[in-house]
Design a protein around this ligand. Structure first.
Ligand code: FAD
Length: 512
């Protein structure tokens, strides 16, 4: 029976895991061991909409306190400077799947084949106009679940550390120098300071080092190299000047990869993700600086896209970069840390805190599938991006292995953006769902057979919807004005935005 949980690592994975476990099962003694000498990775700043739901719903973290201490900014989606269109938006608000009044098919059928997709949904319109929220007639912002966060990695981890301490998580600052094990798994961790710490369950959140899962248990790593060719990023940024604060992440095509732009209140962070087989670090740095002349000091981060074959082996569960990493496009890691930890703690609570091999087997199956689904979705971004004709992008178009997305692509090419076989084509754990897949196919103008011809009345209805989205968004709040509103003492955060699960509420039945 698990009584003591030892979390290795105090990055965002370590603290998110520790908090989630402690909040859901307060009887467990949870210890985080982290090495200040080694430090944290310092990247990982965009999220998906699942992160706010986890923080404020599952964990019940107070909005006001979180905004005061962690300084999040809103992310409504990703603006892709990708493919032949000037740009398109993948917003968290339903856009491509949506049924709309006056249209016989879902909205994606009516999107123009060429040009930008500026006002094709409420979220897209807000993004195009640089607005964060629509405005109600009583002048309050319309805050929905269709938003994610931009967070400065170190500030976020500091917030999580404070929160963990308050929940009663023990934090040990020391470096693990030896992992002791027998046939049942890990038995203890010897620290540089001379002590040994042990528990019944170990959570490996040691980042790319993967100290327990990779190094001690030697669990094989499944590479995603045949789908995702990038393996490095040059990372930098600058203090914000008079640039407007944008409510989205930008993903921009570069010669041998792509570049993110993440917005913080005082800072703009950029990173060029590239393939070292096509460009050297020095050339990547030069291209990065040429396109971003304000960038200050930079550093290179190396990574290998892939996952461990199993994430739960004996009494060790790997979470975060120690479990796997599928490159930063779509910013999935922070949210997946939360998802994986919820799957784990709900499984443990359900099994009365016993470690059961059958449960570990199912957990592994589900986690592996979830990683593979992220891989297949990202593969679409590389396979169909025809914006640049460079050796890197030619190779991507020719050789990207679509893996699990191949059937969907074949279906799309024959049938267009139809939703009919959606549940058969995609896994229930596919976080992107049809909306995400259609965003990438329609956004990148992947052709399909049998062009749909809307009637004149439908054409007018679609135009009307676009004008209406634009007019509503124009009246909305920009990021700075919205920040002033939510920071004012009178502002009341909605209490019913996310369903609450723990810690203060008695655990409601929760479906994993
Ligand atoms: C280029 C790049 C961009 C990324 N962008 C995003 C993004 O936009 N959004 C997103 O969600 N994710 C992103 N990620 C992933 C991101 O890194 C993770 O989401 C997140 O930061 C989790 O990191 P971690 O906690 O697993 O690892 P780390 O932050 O590396 O933490 C590891 C911890 O383990 C400790 N440790 C290691 N060895 C020892 C030891 N021997 N003894 C004691 N302690 C030890 C370290 O001190 C540290 O505390 C990106 C990753 C890369 C490479």
């Amino acid at each position: 029976m698990v009584k003591r949980v030892v979390v290795v690592g105090g990055g965002s994975a370590g603290f998110l895991a520790a908090i989630t476990i402690k909040a859901r099962a307060p009887s467990l003694a949870v210890t985080v061991i982290r090495s200040k000498e080694i430090g944290i990775i310092g990247v990982g700043e965009g999220s998906t909409a699942f992160l706010p739901a986890h923080l404020h719903g599952y964990l019940g973290i107070d909005f006001r306190e979180f905004y005061r201490l962690a300084d999040p900014l809103w992310k409504l989606g990703i603006k892709f400077v990708w493919g032949k269109r000037p740009f398109f938006h993948y917003s968290f608000e339903n856009q491509f799947e949506a049924p709309r009044q006056g249209l016989s098919k879902n909205a994606a059928y009516y999107f123009p084949r060429d040009g930008e997709l500026a006002h094709t949904g409420a979220g897209a319109s807000l993004m195009t106009l640089g607005k964060a929220f629509l405005r109600r007639t009583n002048n309050t912002p319309v805050i929905t679940r269709a938003l994610a966060y931009h967070l400065e990695n170190e500030k976020f981890v500091t917030f999580l550390e404070t929160y963990a301490t308050r929940l009663g998580v023990e934090i040990v600052d020391d470096t693990i120098v030896e992992v002791q094990q027998d046939e049942s798994g890990v038995t203890g961790l010897r620290l540089a300071g001379g002590t040994t710490r042990s528990g019944e369950l170990y959570i490996d959140c040691s980042g790319f080092q993967s100290l327990l899962m990779g190094k001690a248990l030697a669990e094989p790593y499944v590479s995603f190299k045949s789908s995702l060719f990038c393996d490095r990023a040059v990372v930098g940024g600058w203090q914000r000047g008079d640039e407007p604060v944008l409510p989205y992440t930008t993903a921009e095509t570069m010669e041998s990869g792509w570049c993110w732009q993440i917005e913080h209140e005082q800072r703009i962070n950029r990173g060029y993700v590239y393939s070292s087989s096509f460009i050297s670090d020095e050339e990547a740095e030069r291209e990065f600086r040429r396109k971003n002349p304000k960038v200050g000091p930079t550093r290179i981060v190396r990574f290998a896209s892939g996952r461990h074959a199993r994430s739960w082996v004996k009494n060790v569960v790997a979470i975060g970069n120690a479990s796997g990493f599928v490159e930063p496009l779509e910013s999935t890691s922070l949210a997946f840390i939360c998802t994986e930890t919820v799957w784990l703690i709900e499984a443990l609570v359900d099994a009365d805190l016993q470690l059961r091999p059958s449960v570990a087997g199912l957990f592994n199956k589900r986690v592996a599938k979830a990683w593979d689904v992220i891989r297949q979705f990202l593969a679409l971004h590389y396979k169909f991006n025809d914006r640049l004709d460079t050796p890197f992008w030619r190779e991507c178009r020719e050789k990207t292995d679509l893996c699990g997305a191949a059937e969907f692509v074949e279906y799309y090419k024959e049938n267009g953006p139809s939703l009919l076989w959606y549940k058969t084509l995609l896994s229930t754990d596919d976080q992107f769902q049809m909306e995400g897949y259609l965003a990438m196919m329609v956004g990148q103008r992947v052709p399909y057979r049998g062009e749909f011809m809307p009637t004149e009345a439908e054409r007018r209805a679609f135009e009307w919807h676009q004008r209406s989205f634009e007019a509503q968004a124009r009246a909305g709040y920009n990021v700075r004005d919205a920040l002033a509103v939510v920071r004012s003492p009178q502002f009341q955060w909605p209490t019913d935005l996310f369903p609450r699960v723990c810690p203060s509420a008695p655990p409601a039945p929760f479906t994993v």
